[in-house]
Design a protein around this ligand. Structure first.
Ligand code: CUK
Ligand code: CUA
Length: 638
């Protein structure tokens, strides 16, 4: 009976999910003190940094809370003409992949580094969905400093999720794909030839450098999202899966047949032991690993081959399946590590699983079956309980550290607050309109900071001044310090926000790099002063060793260049002061500007296609004589 209800409710939800809906006649109730709660007076700072994924813009944005003010757009997987990311010779290798230069991607999730399950905010990780990659951003420079490609994966949605001491960044493939040398196969042989893969990427404690430690083979499901266990469940990982029907066409229908899919529990400590015991086998893989070097101000890209892989079908105690209604999207672990929440987007309830019960079920081999030898646990034996009538289309759950959970409801456009122990709904607030992810500062950690909750909404309709067919995406800030949630503020976001994280500003604001020390600049073409500014020809290559300092370029009159030469402007910014970048752009150049940070060297390549005298100038306002900061380059016939 219960099963049937799920199916019926599921069908209604599926309809609503496809078409979306917004609450009718919902009034935005703003109480009198909302304005003062988000007002950060001029000259004062916000309490939290909020790093928000940009979705299809491939960037992260850096926003202050509670004000909602945008501080920076931080390019990660997309070229960014504004600062030359992906255009300068030094940064191009950051976007290299085994497919060559891939200058765009789709960034969905943020993970802020943790120690002992608490934010240390050394790094922000982000995922590329399209050409699977993970990036690491250094939060002392707010710069993308490393990108690793993930082989044997397609649609890297289920990442990046981190273990409690940032031992690993973990990535599950959304699309199962044929892997290794067995890749030219008929799509209809999906069940036999396609594989799911979970990648464990180690993170070096000192420098943060990533490496693919090992991969786990998994059944050809779709992996959607995941969370690491923490505290008592440290050592485990939980992945939501859908399409356990293993359909390869019309998933909208074919992947919504089953009553329950699974949360896949992975004992990664066990997997680690097997790797240490030499049980991993090397499988074919090809991937790029790109690292930014702060000393030479240059990225290098290395193509690597082969990864270690474990087959959990043989090693039977790594993977266990927990049945979970129905097409689970988010899976989240509470701050104690005891509870695992599955958000079946087509389900009418929210199941809460107990880690303790899961261990007991494994111990007593209380299984209802297996998938390729990997045990399937019984739903009832792992269940802590179900939240009844939570709303429609549960997606993601965050925590306030006071025993409450907050779940976003895509279809009914609301956030629902409920108690984890009693499973009672405490409060619900409408969102405007279709909420995807939500975020509480520290929400995924063992020690949430509480205070605020932000809903990131997909379809804003009438919330802002209209801007043609495409409208701004939106974040909504709620005060959650009391029993009832209180809407404080709407603010538009950059790109399409998916997941975001926020952490106290005090963790990073006094650790910022103010400028790079010139004497430590090891770029091979750096200049330490104006004395050696010069032009050097090597065959058809012309190297311009150029300096910038308020307010001139040297050299600023360049001659001897010919049509078809490869001209490299190696621009060193000699400033040794905070917030004084200089820019550089040349008329007609088929590239972007450079924005050179103080003490840094950056290179723009230009192949002039015609004879003439071409002006160049500084693009970033730097002094009262900024407009005087210019020069000419003369191009003569070949
Ligand atoms: S998500 Cu990527 S489709 Cu719920 Cu993290 Cu929006
Ligand atoms: Cu340098 Cu403007």
């Amino acid at each position: 009976m219960k099963t049937r209800l799920w199916i019926l409710a599921g069908a209604a939800v599926a309809m609503a999910l496809a078409y979306g809906c917004k609450p009718k006649g919902a009034q935005t109730a703003i109480s009198g003190d909302a304005a003062s709660k988000v007002y950060v007076p001029p000259g004062q700072h916000d309490e939290f940094y909020n790093i928000i994924s940009g979705g299809f813009n491939g960037q992260m944005s850096v926003v202050g809370l509670p004000s909602g003010r945008v501080f920076k757009i931080l390019p990660v997987f997309s070229v960014h003409p504004e600062n030359g990311y992906g255009f300068s010779e030094e940064s191009k290798p950051m976007l290299n992949t085994s497919h060559g230069f891939v200058p765009w991607d789709d960034l969905h999730h943020i993970a802020i580094s943790t120690t002992n399950a608490e934010h240390d905010a050394r790094w922000a990780f982000g995922n590329a969905n399209n050409t699977p990659r993970i990036a690491r951003v250094d939060l002392t420079s707010f710069k993308t400093v490393e990108i690793i490609e993930i082989p044997n994966s397609g649609g890297n949605h289920s990442s990046p999720f981190i273990t409690e001491n940032t031992e690993y960044v973990v990535a599950g493939t959304r699309f199962s794909v044929p892997t290794g040398d067995n890749s030219d196969v008929a799509i209809s042989t999906y069940k036999d030839n396609f594989k799911g893969t979970i990648s464990f990427i180690s993170v070096d404690k000192e420098h943060g450098h990533m490496d693919i430690a090992f991969q786990l083979e998994a059944p050809p499901f779709n992996f959607d999202l995941a969370r690491a266990g923490k505290k008592k469940s440290h050592g485990w990982f939980f992945f939501s899966t859908y399409n356990t029907e293993m359909a390869h066409t019309l998933l909208e229908v074919n992947a919504s047949q089953k009553d329950k899919d699974f949360i896949m529990a992975v004992n990664w400590k066990k997997a680690e032991e097997y790797i240490q015991a030499g049980k991993g086998k090397k499988v074919p893989a090809k991937y790029a690993h790109n690292v930014w070097d702060e000393s030479t101000h240059t990225a290098t890209s290395t193509i690597k081959e082969g990864v270690l892989s474990l087959d959990p079908r043989e090693l039977k105690d790594i993977i266990y399946f927990i049945p979970c209604p129905k097409s689970p999207h988010g899976t989240d672990t509470d701050p104690t590590g005891e509870y695992i929440i599955g958000s079946g987007k087509l389900a009418a309830i929210i199941p809460v699983f107990s880690f303790t019960k899961m261990l007991a079920a494994i111990e007593s081999q209380d299984f209802e079956g297996n998938i390729d030898g990997m045990p399937v646990l019984r739903y009832e034996s792992v269940l802590h309980g179900e939240v009844q009538k939570p709303g429609l289309g549960p997606l993601h759950t965050e925590f306030d550290g006071k025993g409450n959970a907050y779940t976003s409801m895509f279809v009914s456009s609301e956030v629902v607050k409920w108690n984890i122990e009693t499973l009672q709904v405490i409060d619900r607030v409408p969102t405007y309109y279709s909420v995807g992810h939500l975020m509480i500062p520290g929400g995924p950690t063992g020690n949430p900071h509480g205070k605020y909750m932000v809903a990131y909404n997909k379809i804003t309709k009438d919330r802002y001044l209209p801007t043609g067919p495409e409208l701004a995406h939106s974040a909504q800030l709620y005060d959650i310090s009391g029993e009832k949630m209180q809407l404080l503020l709407d603010f538009p976001t950059i790109g399409e926000p998916h997941y975001a994280e926020a952490f106290p500003a005090s963790l990073v604001k006094d650790k910022q790099v103010k400028f790079y020390k010139l004497e430590e600049n090891n770029h091979p073409r750096a200049l330490k002063g104006v004395a050696n500014a010069r032009v050097e020809r090597e065959g058809n290559k012309v190297h311009v060793y150029m300096t910038t300092i308020r307010s001139n370029f040297r050299p600023d009159n360049i001659e001897g260049v010919r049509v078809g030469d490869e001209v490299y402007f190696h621009v060193t910014n000699l400033e040794q002061d905070w917030d004084v970048p200089h820019g550089f752009a040349v008329k007609g150049a088929n590239t972007a500007e450079l924005l050179v940070m103080p003490g840094e060297t950056s290179t723009l390549k230009w192949v002039p296609d015609r004879v003439g005298v071409f002006p160049f100038y500084c693009t970033d306002f730097c002094s009262a004589l900024h407009q005087e900061m210019q020069g000419y380059i003369r191009v003569s016939p070949a």
